[in-house]
Design a protein around this ligand. Sequence first.
Ligand SMILES: Cc1cc2nc3c(=O)[nH]c(=O)nc-3n(C[C@H](O)[C@H](O)[C@H](O)COP(=O)(O)OP(=O)(O)OC[C@H]3O[C@@H](n4cnc5c(N)ncnc54)[C@H](O)[C@@H]3O)c2cc1C
Length: 827
Amino acid sequence: MTTILTILAALGVAGALAYHRANGLAWSIALAAGAAWLTWATGTSLATLTVAWIAVGIFAGLSVVKPLRRALVTRPIFGIYKRILPHISQTEQEALDAGSIWWDADLFTGKPDWKKLLGYPEARLSAEEKAFLDGPVEELCGMLHEWDITHERMDLPPEVWKFIREKGFLGIIIPKSFGGLGFSAFAHSEIVTKISTRSGNAAVTVMVPNSLGPAELLIHYGTEEQKNHYLPRLAKGLEIPCFALTNPEAGSDAGAIPDFGIVCKGMHEGREVVGLRLTWEKRYITLGPVATILGLAFKLFDPDKLLGGKEELGITLALIPTTHKGVNIGRRHIPLNAAFMNGPNSGKDVFIPMSWIIGGEKQVGHGWKMLVECLAAGRSISLPSMSMAAGKLCSRATGAYARVRSQFKTPIGKFEGIEEALARIGGNTYMMDATRRMTLAALDMGEKPSVISAICKYHMTERMRSIVNDAMDIHGGKGIMMGPNNYLGHAYGNVPIAITVEGANILTRSLIIFGQGAIRFHPFVLKEIAAAGANDLAGFDRALWGHMSFTISNAARSLWLGFTGGMGVTVEAAPETRRYLQMMTRFSSAFALLSDVSMFVIGGSLKRREKISGRLGDILSLLYIASATVKRFHDEGRQKDDLPLLTWAMYDSFFKLQVAMDGVLDNFPNRFIAAGLRLLVFPKGLTLNAPYDKVGAKVASILLTPGAARDRLTAGAYVPNDENDVIGRLDFAMLATIKADPIEAKVRKAVKDGLLPQRTLAERRQAAVVQGIITQAEMEHMVYTDRLRKEVIKVDDFEHDLGRKGEPAEETWQQTDSKKKAVVASM
Ligand SMILES: Cc1cc2nc3c(=O)[nH]c(=O)nc-3n(C[C@H](O)[C@H](O)[C@H](O)COP(=O)(O)OP(=O)(O)OC[C@H]3O[C@@H](n4cnc5c(N)ncnc54)[C@H](O)[C@@H]3O)c2cc1C
């Protein structure tokens, strides 16, 4: 019994030391105290005591006397480490160096500082930005009709193009000193979000020049001459930019583009100058067909060493007027029937002067780094904003539609099956907006969080996909029949575009999020790699022992917090969120442990084990999204009405965290280690539940009920106060339906009581007025509601030939085929 108690006490002390990340000295003192206790308080044999004291001496010597540790233990490990260190390619290295680390790094520590999170400033609009949103953005939205843009013109109307250019929409990010709007990242996102709730095509047109492209590249890397020439012209819309990276052979693997330039002499403006001869083939280029300047990425070679250095100079970026001789541009793709401009372009042996390289000769070969750095900002804004727009639009419109549309004499939103889908729409929208806002605040603080931008791009577009699918299901046929009355079909069609651009999603999840995050944000891995690269034994020693203590600590924390569910962790937060943050501390410790052991066991091939690293990336992402959600709840003043959204979001996140961790453990290559890890990560098994149905019902009710919570959730969407507008009408119909409900109930009761035997609805209502069951005004309201409801559920229909009467009939494929056969037969 005493022995068992002794072992338990020793384990308790060791666990407490590990949990609190005690240093070597503290461990040595504890071990010495243990040995002393054995010596004086127990009858342990002399031999055992001798072994114990020698062990304590060695441990203390190695952990406290650092030169001894370095010489005896670290040096041999250092040698092995340098031999097995995985090769990091130049493009990987540049991606690792680009951008900054932020809250994502805290999530890797196993011990996030929640006070720091809650203390980050909120994203806010300036008065000028707000005025722009309430003025030109509202006005632009009022000019946009997606059906007209997509099906009638396949382009934005000329007056919309003019408005976009003249009001500075193409220069949102260009500093005021160059004539742009110089707005914050948050304002930029709010603008794209609002436009996108009206027209995805207009949003893409505004978004692309303000995202990764010539303006962004010039602001950060352009020469003074380039900035002074192009930025004011871009800001005023006198130039339409596009940026061409993608080659038919190199899509996701953009670092492998075969497009090339050769440094050579050539004629430019009547003089012989040193320049580049470019050959390229690009496709999928947004705004390409209408662009006046083409940003181009290519690999540069200097075989004659005219620049004096290496022959292979690396990826380089240039800005070329599309009117330049040899530039082939103008044809067009049709991206899933969207109308925004997109197309291929090419050139062969096109000579340009050196001064057209973005940033001039100084930036030769730095193209990849420039792109990755700009992507860190742009990827956090463009597609997350468009995804957010889909979330807000679907929340607002689907809630209203599900309230107005009845089946089996019940609003469809009241059916439990629909409630489930509505809850997913509402819960995801709440989390997405939280993530968007927190990330934009980081950008506005000057951060360039590259891994967070990948998290936002992947998870916001995937959640948008889920939201739009749910919204389509709830709308049934109404979402399917295309025409001016369909406000969902275009969003549904555009989902794969968002999934594919700016880093296709599968690749982003499996290769980027954890692949880059694990090395960048781990408190010790990058230090170890850097020390090994610099042959710095002392630096390696510090990093290695810090790393060991970190891993042991996370193992202890994971086990303890797994038992307690994080209870007892000190968290300074509101009572509504404290428990959730404690649970996130538990998951953060378990994540840090899983990451470390995965990197150690799987090593350099982890980046090829995409199913494991994808799941680890999911864990990091879920922690980021869940922490942003808690912050949102705090920032918005802990709104009681939003509690169901917060609760749903937390349960959903924790359940998914559990699934992702379980997936890593189930598929971990070393089954013995996997079993040990499972014990540490899930000591009580899989105990977490998905959001309870009753919570989902409350979230659905927020979408189905006009009020502050619904308004907060959908703030920033374009909702015209106009019952003749297809979106505006939904709110009118919803309010009218809710007001009509008790009136209808009175009529129904009277019918049931046999007071209204009339045959038709109109007759029954009239009789109800005559009998004083309802008032005349109430009857008129029912008629008004009926009219709105009919408008809301209406879908479009067209002439049999879709109005193409009189146009010359096109040859059918059968006719073409028979003509071809006739020609062949006559030969
Ligand atoms: C509408 C639209 C607009 C665009 N606009 C522009 C633009 O303005 N400028 C520009 O330069 N480009 C643009 N693009 C190109 C876009 O960036 C590419 O389509 C994208 O990079 C993917 O390349 P890909 O289509 O060739 O797919 P591929 O690279 O062939 O990828 C196919 C699939 O394989 C997956 N995959 C690839 N490698 C891996 C891996 N290692 N691990 C796991 N999965 C992997 C991808 O995730 C994807 O699911 C646009 C594309 C579209 C559709």
